[in-house]
Design a protein around this ligand. Structure first.
Ligand code: NAD
Length: 327
C-alpha cells in the first residue's frame, strides 16, 4: 500500500528525491514561518499520514500524537529534538529521529567565529566605522584580547564540542578543558585528560562555550549562581539551545559586568529576546544560523528522509533519539 508523510516546512530536494525514489508521497508546508501547533494538527487531521518530518520549531506533544494514530515516526530535521515530548512518544511506540553530526562543522566554525568576534571586537569596529566615528589611528581604540593561549571551557564535547576543540587546539594552541557526563577518549588523545566538573570549568575558563542538548539536566545550567562563579573577564558562547541559559540572569550579568561579554545564536524564548538583551553592547547576537549552510541542510534532508524510509520499511529508525546506554 502506498505511504504518505507530512513535512511541516520546505526541505531540500536531496531529501525529497529519496522519498520519491521509494514512491513515498508527501504533503509539504510552504510557509517561511513555523506552523503553529494548531496548524500542524489541522493538517494531520486531513489524511492518514504514516510519518512526519518535523522541525525544531514544531511543538510535538500529546495533542499532536492524538490526531495522527497512523504516524510511526517523527523525523526531526535537526540535531536537537527538545521540541518533541519523548516520554509520550515512547509510551505510544512512535519513533523519533534526529540528524546527528550533520552540522558539526558549521556550528563549530560559527562558535569559533563568535570567539574571534568577542576577542577582536570586529563587530564593534564595524559599527564604529559606519557611524563615522573614526578620526584616525588611536593606540587605545577598541583594545581586544588574544585568543591564542586562552583557556577555553567546553561544556559538552559530542560532535560539535569535539570539532570546536580541534579547531582551537590545532589552530590557536588554546588550552582546552571540558565537562561532559562522559569522558571523550578520542578527544583526550589530542588535548590530554582535561575533563573536569562543570563548576571547575566555569571557574577556570576565559571563554565558556555550551554544546549540550537541552534536557531537564541542562536547563538553566547557566544561571545567576553559576554566572557569578565565572571570571569577570570571561566570555560566554551559546550555540546549543537557548534554555540552557537563564536568559534573564545573563542579561543581569552582562549589564552588571559579572562577566565581560557573550555571543548567542539560540534564545530561551525564541524568536523573542529577553528584555534588555538587544540593548547591551557586550553581546553578539545571531538568529539561530549556526548550522545555516547548504551542505548541512542537504544532509539533514537526506538523513530525515532515510529515517522515514527505514521506519516505513522495517520499523526501525537509523537515528533514533531514545536514550541508549550512557557513555
Ligand atoms: P551530541 O549529542 O553529539 O553531543 C552532546 C554532548 O553533550 C554529549 O557528549 C553528551 O554526553 C553531553 N551531555 C549531555 N548531557 C550533559 C550534561 N548534563 N552535562 C554535560 N554534558 C552533557 O550533540 P552535538 O551534535 O554536539 O550538538 C549539541 C547540541 O547543539 C544539540 O543538542 C543541539 O541542541 C545544538 N545544535 C544547535 C545548532 C544551531 O544551529 N545553533 C545546530 C546543531 C545542534
Amino acid at each position: 500500500m502506498s505511504k504518505i508523510i507530512y513535512i511541516t516546512r520546505k526541505i531540500p530536494e536531496a531529501g525529497l528525491k529519496l522519498l520519491r525514489d521509494k514512491k513515498i508521497e508527501f504533503d509539504m508546508g510552504t510557509s517561511s514561518t513555523p506552523p503553529t501547533k494548531k496548524e500542524i494538527i489541522k493538517q494531520l487531521k486531513k489524511k492518514q499520514y504514516d510519518g512526519v518530518i518535523s522541525f525544531l520549531t514544531d511543538p510535538i506533544d500529546k495533542e499532536v500524537f492524538d490526531v495522527c494514530p497512523n504516524v510511526k515516526i517523527f523525523a526531526n530535521f535537526s540535531v536537537g529534538f527538545n521540541n518533541v515530548d519523548l516520554e509520550e512518544a515512547q509510551k505510544r511506540g512512535i519513533e523519533v529521529s534526529n540528524t546527528p553530526g550533520t552540522s558539526a562543522t558549521a556550528v563549530a566554525e560559527h562558535t569559533v567565529a563568535f570567539m574571534l568576534t568577542l576577542t577582536t571586537r570586529i563587530d564593534e569596529g564595524d559599527r564604529f566605522m559606519r557611524k563615522g566615528k573614526y578620526k584616525g589611528w588611536d593606540p587605545d581604540l577598541l583594545i581586544g584580547t588574544d585568543l591564542k593561549g586562552k583557556t577555553i571551557g567546553l561544556i559538552g564535547v559530542g560532535q560539535i564540542g569535539t570539532e570546536v576543540a580541534k579547531i582551537l587546539h590545532y589552530g590557536f594552541g588554546s588550552n582546552i578543558i571540558y565537562s561532559d557526563i562522559c569522558t571523550n577518549p578520542t578527544l583526550e588523545q589530542i588535548i590530554g585528560p582535561t575533563r573536569k566538573e562543570t563548576a571547575e570549568v566555569l571557574r577556570e575558563a576565559d571563554i565558556v562555550s555550551l554544546h549540550v542538548p537541552l534536557l531537564p539536566s541542562t536547563q538553566h545550567l547557566i544561571n545567576k549562581e553559576s554566572l557569578a562563579t565565572m571570571k569577570k573577564t570571561a566570555f560566554l558562547i551559546n550555540t546549543s539551545r537557548g534554555a540552557v541559559i537563564d536568559e534573564k540572569a545573563l542579561v543581569y550579568a552582562l549589564k552588571n559586568n559579572v562577566i565581560k561579554g557573550a555571543a548567542i545564536d539560540v534564545y530561551e524564548f525564541e524568536p523573542k529576546l529577553s528584555p534588555g538583551l538587544s540593548k547591551l553592547s557586550n553581546v553578539v547576537l545571531t538568529p539561530h544560523i549556526a548550522s545555516a549552510r547548504e551542505s548541512a541542510r542537504n544532509l539533514m534532508a537526506e538523513i530525515a528522509a532515510k529515517n522515514i524510509i527505514s521506519v516505513l520499511e522495517n520499523g526501525k529508525a537509523i537515528n533514533s533519539v531514545y536514550p541508549k546506554s550512557t557513555c
